[in-house]
Design a protein around this ligand. Structure first.
Ligand code: ZN
Length: 275
């Protein structure tokens, strides 16, 4: 899809599974399971979708997938299936800028890999890495609540990266704006791409799938539900009134959609969009 000077393309690094209960927090299973089938272990299918944004001179990659540093046991627990074409990353020599929405493993796992000696190395050593300063701090000092999602193997190698730390809403390139939100985890950032009268909102874990559009449908992983709900309402009101395309990082079926209120007054998909 063309947005102003940019070509925006979705890529899927992997599919994986997480517990459906954790993914829908306080929503009872008899409600969420109507739209999302759970397997015999109560897990639901998800993907790690990223965006590539190119303008001919710079190539931005928004999140880097779950990575390939998983043991057989971990792969089985999370049902990880890597896209073989992207196992070694997305064109590491070409990517000039990596935007990390946050450092949870399913977003930042692909930032590092183990070389032939088992040492950790950066997958995109030449790229600038855009991240909220508060998220780096959180990842280096995780709380008991999100400790399992911040792995040192994805955080420590950043000491060698060309880090571009931001604080709040920042236009990191013309028409590419990151916005800090703190309800899912401290210093998450969602990404707005605008140009030529069109805009894409890459929602990251603020709204991980299209099934999370109704306000109350949010993850049990979120560190502060009240903050998240405030941020999510603001995001959705903007997306609906501006006719923005909301892109979903973890939805295996609906990659993006325009959104609005349905007859019950809940936010929902108005029109699915292929990016
Ligand atoms: Zn997350």
């Amino acid at each position: 899809m063309k947005i102003g000077p940019y070509t925006v393309s979705p890529i899927v690094f992997a599919s994986f599974k997480l517990d459906g209960g954790c993914m829908f927090g306080s929503v009872p299973k008899n409600l969420w399971s109507k739209g999302v089938p759970a397997d015999e272990e109560n897990r639901i299918s998800l993907v790690c979708r990223s965006l590539v944004i190119e303008d001919g001179s710079r190539t931005f990659l928004v999140d880097v997938g779950i990575g390939d540093k998983w043991s057989e046991k971990q792969s089985a627990i999370y049902g990880i299936s890597l896209n073989p074409e992207l196992r070694l990353g997305y064109k590491p020599a070409k990517v000039t800028d990596v935007i990390l929405t946050h450092l949870h493993f399913d977003h930042a796992g692909g930032i590092s890999f183990k070389d032939e000696n088992g040492a950790l190395a950066l997958r995109y050593p030449g790229a600038r890495v855009h991240l909220q300063a508060s998220n780096l701090h959180q990842a280096q000092n995780p709380s008991p609540k999100d400790k399992a999602s911040y792995l040192a193997e994805n955080v420590d190698p950043l000491r060698d990266a060309k880090l571009m730390l931001c604080d709040g809403s920042v236009e990191i390139a013309p028409g590419i704006i990151v916005h800090r939100v703190d309800g899912h985890t401290a210093g998450q950032q969602w990404v707005e791409i605008q140009g030529g009268g069109e805009r894409i909102f890459f929602a990251t874990d603020l709204i991980p799938t299209s099934h999370h559009l109704p306000l109350a449908y949010h993850m049990g992983y979120d560190v502060c539900a009240e903050t998240l709900l405030r941020e999510k309402l603001h995001f959705l009101e903007r997306a609906a009134s501006e006719g923005a395309i909301v892109a979903f990082q973890h939805d295996p079926v609906v990659e993006a959609a325009r959104v609005g209120l349905n007859e019950r007054g809940q936010f929902s998909v108005r029109e699915p969009v292929r990016l």
